[in-house]
Structure formats: structure tokens, C-alpha cells
Design a protein around this ligand. Structure first.
Ligand code: PHE
Ligand code: ZN
Length: 840
């Protein structure tokens, strides 16, 4: 959407009004042609009984539409075309509107509304894409029953799909009917030439559901894992949440051009192909688990999102926070819970905490937005899931499920708010969540300090918890106390609900070392009094994997940022013992992995990209000085040629092996890296070796690139890795990136490819952060402003932290932001991000 001279205006949550009219039925007809698509719609409106105004006018959203005809009950109504829609006047309390309009999916690069990907048609309607298809009440609290006719050339588009059940079919013309009422953001249409994998699932009550996964023909042999994941999703939601699927058919379509991960359209999910296609030769362990998680996520939306949907987009976390929590639990139940927790917390701290500390920070339930697409954020999704997790911690699994049951009893078929969800949790458990609501209304990461005093005579520990920010949050504090010899004394959960609060723990038989915030029981920044020596003890004695990892991370952070203050000998001794005695190889791998540069940037007052990289590399050198031979021995003990498996053990072995491989590459063991590259039996091992070969100058690199390219050039997902490996490699310059963008497989309008080349490069700190890097990048943003503003807005957020860089880089980034701001026809997407970044 392109704006005119006036700046785009925000929309406020407090201004929510129910719609004066609602919709019974929507009948759509799509005539898909080469140079245009004709959309005809028949919409049955009626006055909202809950809305007591005398208003007989109605505004329908519509963007980039060409109106061909408009009729209400045989006559031309009183109407006016406006910039972003259609205004109707003098309406009856009930009427049928018949519209015909023209759109141009064949040139739609925004990937919203109806567009083409690899020559096939598909749609993306959340949040505001339906208004790019036809005039409509494009808001989530207007639900209707949809019937969809599709007409298309039967040879080019043999597969014609929409939501619900296929009710009529002849060559080149089909009709779909979706019996469940839904908001238009869940509408979907697909037309194209696809191969299909078919299977079925018998639900807990014995109904048979047809399962279909549609992909481009050459990908059909990479769909088996997605199908298995889908069946696991059905089964898990039945057993853990007692939720059954409702329609007789569930379809997934994979497309290469997609702005996000996937979309939960009723009965017809549309996926970024990266989250469908997987086989061991081309997908890493992480890719497999992500495919399963995203398939699960979209499936779980059928209850949390579709059957109970959002009243307005400010409630987005109602469906997303809850559904992320559900997909996290799904992965945890099926794989390694402790490792999943470490990964989620690491991502939260690296990305969400940064968002919460930047110019676009917002509450889990935002109060306003200019462009809704900018609020599909880590805060709404990941922090939103942490907030649900705390509710779960307070209520326990049984209480949480009681709350879910009441939520569905009360609201199935409705569009509701976060307050409605929390009220169900409260009422089902007689638990007061009022003080909890700051988690939804305040932005920023809470800072907390904990201090304690041991009273030997009383055998008690006095604990003082202080919430250091302006708000008071209500949260669970999991802890355990250990003796100085590492024996557990006691464990439990405290409930914090005051700004400053004292607890007295009794039965503390010796002076304890306290492990606070076990399992990361609340999304906060915690400062404790633990010394490095005490943290080392905890690494050795804790049973909670998260705490082990977290203490190790804190020690690494200190070693990197304040090298003179840490004596690494003690830590290294403990680490050696840990490596040699810990059976969980995934955990060892995590503990051995240093905090990323990106995370380090958050820990310093002024970001000096060079200094941080050097300090981090200095610690890598220290690790190598002490552990090179242990790393080599560990590596060699983990080489195996077994068939590929995705068990926690196999994943753990590969993870540790490849962490070792990375360190060894930094010590010059490149022949070994090259051997792994050539002999790998799976992508996890091969890409790890490829990345390591690209991380420094060596004689194997050129050939590895050529071999990798020749082997996988027909595989889109692997080629994304090929590009990303180069854009993030330490030796890559702006000129190299410009050259990559002329590669025959580069595609500017394919978000995955653009992210792997340009997004990757922005994380290549030394090479990106200088004038030429910025100028190159801003040019891309300005191009995206026209072609795909949603992706442009996501990428431009790289500049959000400009104020925290060293003076020279700060000034240069500011210049770029001002240059963007001065561009005419700036999209509301990019405008919102840039103006927030520049706001004094
Ligand atoms: N609702 C989708 C999900 O989280 C994400 C999405 C949002 C996709 C907007 C496309 C557009 O499952
Ligand atoms: Zn979602």
C-alpha cells in the first residue's frame, strides 16, 4: 500500500467498535485469466443485532481494485469510491450486494491478496489481504459462510482449491463450500499444477479425514515427513488438549514465494515451501524440527485462532501467543524438552529482548498500529507464548486444561479478546489473574534483582526480590538451593506480586547456592549475587538443563566482555569434567557454544562491532589453547556412518560433532572439515562443513562451492543455504553480495532468497556496518518499498538500534534513515518503522 502526501495515521485499540452490519453468506467467483482476474461476489449483509445505531451506511475495504459493476437487489445503489474502499449509503437492514471487480495477480509482488508463485495462483489474506481481492468488511470479527467458484484453464491449472468441501466439479470449473463461519482473513484459494501426497487420519471419535499435501511436481518425494508431522499434530492435539479436527479434509499447499512461514487458512493451509519439504539429504535436523513445528502450529490454529478467533488485530497474541505455546509443547513432548527450552529462551533473549529495548517496542497487546503487518512480532508471538507459559505454571497442566475447556465452551465460533481468554482461565480455577495483566499492557523486559541472606541459627534463607522498572509484574519464580558441595537442599516456586518482596525459605540446612529462575520461569532480566565460582558449581550440579546452560552462558559473557575479571582456569576445569561426564550431547554442544555477536551487542552500552568480534574470537582462541585435543578426540568419537535418524541422541551427536568441527576449523583443521564436507551423509553435517570452509581463507573453498552448487542447484531450499552461507561468511564484502545478486538463481521478489542474501549480509557485522554497506542496503529497501513493503519493513528494522553504535556508524545509519524518510510514496509499512527509529 502506497501513501499519499499526508503521513499515515495510527489506529487505536480504544477506538474499537463492532460493525454496524454483519454477513450471513459470501459467494465468490474467480475467473482466473492470463492478464487479469475477474472477481464476482454476492454478499448477504444484515444489521448487527448488537449494534443499536441508526446508521444505514457501510464502508467496505478495498485496495487496488477496479470496480466493474455494483448492484443491490437489481438496482445500482448509492455509493462512492474512495482511496481505500467503497462507501455505501441508504441501506436496508438486510440486503444482498453483488459486485464485479478486476485485479492483477500476475503482477502482484506484494504477496498479499491473490498472487502468483512459480506460475500458480495462491492467496494470503491475513491481516488485510482480502481487501486486495474484493470490497468487503475486512475485519476478523465479521464471520460468514463462504462458497467459492473457480474458473481457470484446465491444462495450466488442473488443481483448483478453496476452503471447506468440494461440492461441484467439472473441467476448468469447481465449487467449494466451507460450512464453518469464518472471517475473511482465513479465506484461501489455490490454482495450479501440483503433485499431491494423499493420506488419511481417523480422529478419536472415528471420523476419517482426507489429508493432502500439494507441492510442485519435482518436490513430491520430499513430502513424507510433512505428512507424518501432520498426523502427529492431529494425534497430539487429541491426547494433550482433547481437541479433534472438524472438517472431512485438510489440505496443505507449498509455495516458494511467501512473506511469512505459513498460514492457517481454514482447511487449506498455505505454506512457505521451506516448512514443508524435507529429506535428510537436503534438510538439517533443525529444518526437520521446524517443519514439524510449523505444520503443528498451523494445525493447532484450527482451534486457537479459527474456531475461536480475534475480535480485532490488537488481540493477535490471543491466537499467536497461545498457538506458539502449543507448538512449543508439541515439540517438547516429541523431542528433547530441555533443549527446546534452551533454544526458545536463547531466541527470546537474542531477538525479542532486543525488540523490547528498541524503538518499535510494544506490549503483547499493542495499543495502536499504523500497519498491522508490522505487528507480527517476536513480542506478540514469543513473549506472548511466555505469558501463556506463566499462566500454565500457576495453574498446572490440569488447571490449564480446565481453563481451555471453559474457553471453548464459552467462545467456540466467536471472535473474542485476550481478556475473555484470561477470564476463562480465572473462572475455571478460581484464580485471580488481575495483577497478571501488566504482562499484556506494558512493553519492555522487566528487570529484577534478587539478594539473599542465610541465617545459620534459624536454618533459613531470607530472600529479597526487587522489580527495578516502573511496573509491577506478577510471575512465578522457580528456584532450587544447593549446598556448596552441590547437593540439592530444596526446590520450589515463589509467587512474586510486589515491587519489592521478601520471602523466607526454611529448612535450609547449610549455606546455599541459589539457582533462581529455573526453566526460565518468567521472561525477565535477572541480576543475582552469584559469583563466577558459584555459577561454576551450578554448571556442575544443577539438574535443570536450562540453568546449566544459562550459568555457562553468563560465564562466557563475562569472559568475552570483561576478560580481566574472569580466571578461566576454574571454569575450564569444570568444563572439562562436564564434557567428559555428560551424556546429553545436545546440552554439551549448547554449553560449548558462545553467545552470538548479536546477543553480545545487547550487553554493551556502545556497540563496537569490531571490538566485540575480536573479544569473542579471543575467547575462541582460549578455548582452543586449552581444549584443541579434547575437541578433536570428541569429534572423532562422534563420527558415524549410521543411517540418518532424528532421535534426540542422533541429533545430539551431530550437534556436538559440528560444534567441535567449527572450533577445529578455527584451529586450522581444514582437511578434516573438507573430508566431512565430501563424505557427509546428511545436510546437517554437510552444511556445517560448508560453513566452516567458508569461514576462513583456504584451498578447499572454491571447489567446495562448485561441488555444492552442482549437486544442489535444482533444490530451492539448499540453494537458500548456499546463498546464506556466502552472505554471512566473514570474508564476504559488499561487492561479493552485489555479485551474488546477479547470480542466475538470485530472485529479488522471492523473500526466502532475498533474506538469505541481503538479510544474511546484515548479520555479517564487520562487512555490513560501513557506508558502502549501508548505501547498498538502503537502495534495496527503496526498491522493496515499491515491490514488497512488508519485507522492506522487516529488513529496514536492522537500523532500529542505530543510536547504540559508535559515533561514526551512528551518524551514517541516521543519514540512511533520513534518506528513506525523504522518499516520496513511502509505504505505510516502512514509514512506521523508520519514523519510530528516528523519533527523538
Ligand atoms: N498467522 C500466520 C501464523 O502465525 C502467520 C502469518 C501472518 C502469515 C500474516 C502470513 C501473513 O501461523
Ligand atoms: Zn500462528
Amino acid at each position: 500500500m502506497v501513501i499519499s502526501a499526508i503521513a499515515p495515521q495510527p489506529i487505536y485499540r480504544k477506538d474499537y467498535q463492532p460493525s454496524a452490519y454483519l454477513i450471513h453468506t459470501t459467494e465468490l467467483s474467480f475467473d482466473l485469466r492470463e492478464n487479469e482476474t475477474i472477481v464476482s461476489s454476492k454478499i448477504h449483509f444484515y444489521k448487527n443485532p448488537k449494534c443499536l445505531t441508526n446508521d444505514n451506511t457501510l464502508f467496505l475495504n478495498g485496495i487496488d481494485l477496479e470496480l466493474i459493476s455494483i448492484v443491490i437487489e437489481g438496482d445500482q445503489p448509492n455509493y462512492e469510491l474512495q482511496d481505500e474502499g467503497l462507501q455505501l449509503y441508504q441501506l436496508n437492514d438486510e440486503f444482498v450486494l453483488e459486485l464485479v471487480n478486476r485485479i492483477h495477480p500476475e503482477v502482484n509482488t506484494s504477496l498479499n491478496g491473490l498472487y502468483q508463485s512459480s506460475g500458480n495462483f495462491c492467496t494470503q489474506c491475513e491481516a488485510h489481504g482480502f481487501r486486495q481481492i474484493t470490497y468487503y468488511l475486512d475485519r476478523p470479527d465479521v464471520l460468514s459462510v463462504f462458497t467459492t467458484h473457480i474458473i481457470a484453464d484446465k491444462d495450466k491449472y488442473p488443481v483448483l482449491l478453496s476452503n471447506g468441501n468440494l461440492t461441484k466439479t467439472s473441467a476448468g470449473k469447481v465449487t467449494w463450500h466451507d460450512p464453518t463461519s469464518k472471517p475473511c482473513y482465513l479465506f484461501a484459494l489455490v490454482a495450479g499444477d501440483f503433485a499431491v501426497l494423499e493420506d488419511s487420519y481417523t480422529t478419536i471419535s472415528g471420523r476419517e479425514v482426507a489429508l493432502k499435501i500439494y507441492v510442485e511436481h519435482h518436490n513430491i518425494n520430499k513430502t513424507g515427513f510433512a505428512m507424518d508431522s501432520l498426523k502427529r499434530s492431529f494425534a497430539w492435539d487429541e491426547s494433550r488438549f482433547n481437541l479433534e479436527y472438524d472438517l472431512d479434509i485438510y489440505m496443505i499447499v507449498a509455495v516458494d514465494d511467501f512473506n511469512m512461514g505459513a498460514m492457517e487458512n481454514k482447511g487449506l493451509n498455505i505454506f512457505n515451501s521451506t516448512f514443508v519439504l524435507a529429506d535428510p539429504k537436503t534438510a538439517t535436523d533443525k529444518d526437520f524440527i521446524n517443519v514439524e513445528a510449523v505444520i503443528g502450529h498451523e494445525y493447532f490454529h484450527n482451534w486457537t485462532g479459527n474456531r475461536v478467533t480475534c475480535q480485532d488485530w490488537f488481540q493477535l497474541s490471543l491466537k499467536e501467543g497461545l498457538t506458539v505455546f502449543r507448538d512449543q509443547e508439541f515439540t517438547s513432548d516429541l523431542h528433547a524438552r530441555s533443549i527446546k527450552r534452551i533454544e526458545d529462551v536463547n531466541a527470546l533473549r537474542t531477538f525479542q529482548f532486543a525488540e523490547d529495548a528498541g524503538p518499535m517496542k510494544h506490549p503483547v497487546r499493542p495499543e495502536s498500529y499504523i500497519e498491522m503487518n508490522n505487528f507480527y512480532t517476536l513480542t506478540v508471538y514469543e513473549k506472548g507464548a511466555e505469558v501463556i507459559r506463566m499462566i500454565h505454571s500457576f495453574l498446572g497442566e490440569a488447571g490449564f486444561q480446565k481453563g481451555m475447556k471453559l474457553y471453548f465452551e464459552r467462545h467456540d465460533g466467536d471472535a473474542v479478546t485476550i481478556d475473555d481468554f484470561v477470564a476463562s482461565m480465572s473462572d475455571a480455577n478460581d484464580f485471580d489473574f488481575k495483577p497478571f495483566m501488566t504482562w499484556y499492557s506494558c512493553s519492555g523486559t522487566p528487570s529484577v534483582s534478587i539478594s539473599s541472606n542465610y541465617n545459620e541459627k534459624e536454618q533459613s534463607l531470607q530472600v529479597v526480590v526487587k522489580q527495578l522498572g516502573e511496573h509491577c509484574y506478577f510471575w512465578p519464580l522457580n528456584y532450587a538451593l544447593f549446598s556448596e558441595q552441590g547437593k540439592k537442599i530444596k526446590q520450589g516456586m515463589l509467587t512474586v506480586d510486589q515491587k519489592q518482596q521478601e520471602f523466607v525459605l526454611t529448612g535450609v540446612t547449610s549455606k546455599p547456592i541459589a539457582s533462581w529462575l529455573r526453566e526460565f520461569s518468567a521472561p525477565i532480566k535477572l541480576v543475582t549475587e552469584l559469583t563466577v565460582v558459584q555459577k561454576i558449581v551450578l554448571v556442575g550440579c544443577e539438574e535443570d538443563a536450562f540453568s546449566i546452560w544459562d550459568n555457562a552462558q553468563q560465564i562466557w559473557l563475562s569472559m568475552i566482555l570483561t576478560p580481566d575479571k574472569v580466571n578461566e582456569m576454574n571454569f575450564f576445569n569444570a568444563l572439562e569434567k562436564f564434557i567428559n561426564t555428560t551424556t546429553d550431547k545436545s546440552l554439551v554442544s549448547k554449553v560449548l557454544t558462545l553467545p552470538s555477536e548479536r546477543l553480545l551487542h545487547q550487553q554493551v552500552k556502545v556497540i563496537d562491532v569490531f571490538k566485540i568480534q575480536q573479544q569473542r574470537e579471543a575467547v575462541i582462541q582460549k578455548i582452543l589453547n586449552r581444549f584443541e585435543s579434547l575437541l578433536l578426540a570428541t569429534y572423532q568419537s562422534l563420527i558415524n556412518t549410521d543411517v540418518y535418524e532424528l532421535t534426540p541422541e542422533a541429533v545430539g551427536n551431530r550437534s556436538l560433532k559440528n560444534t567441535c568441527l567449527y572450533y577445529l576449523s578455527q584451529a586450522g583443521h581444514l582437511q578434516l572439515v573438507n573430508e566431512q564436507f565430501n563424505q557427509a551423509n546428511c545436510m546437517t553435517d554437510q552444511i556445517a562443513a560448508f560453513n566452516a570452509l567458508l569461514s576462513c581463507k583456504n584451498s578447499y573453498q572454491a571447489q567446495a562451492k562448485e561441488v555444492f552448487y552442482q549437486t544442489y542447484k535444482d533444490d530451492v531450499q539448499v540453494m537458500d543455504k548456499f546463498f546464506a552461507a556466502q552472505s554471512t561468511a566473514k570474508l564476504t564484502t559488499v561487492e561479493d553480495i552485489e555479485r551474488l545478486m546477479t547470480h542466475e538463481l538470485f530472485s529479488f521478489n522471492t523473500p526466502n532468497r532475498l533474506r538469505s542474501v541481503v538479510g544474511g549480509f546484515t548479520q555479517n557485522y564487520i562487512n555490513f556496518h560501513h557506508q558502502a554497506g549501508y548505501e547498498f542496503f538502503t537502495d534495496i529497501i527503496l526498491k522493496l518499498n515499491k515491490s514488497n513493503p512488508q519485507i522492506g519493513a522487516r529488513l529496514v528494522s536492522v537500523y532500529n538500534h542505530w543510536r547504540r553504535f559508535t559515533p561514526e556508524l551512528k551518524a551514517l545509519q541516521k543519514q540512511q534513515l533520513e534518506r528513506i524518510m525523504q522518499t516520496k510514496d513511502l509505504s505505510s509499512d516502512i514509514f512506521e518503522i523508520v519514523q519510530a527509529a528516528l523519533k527523538p
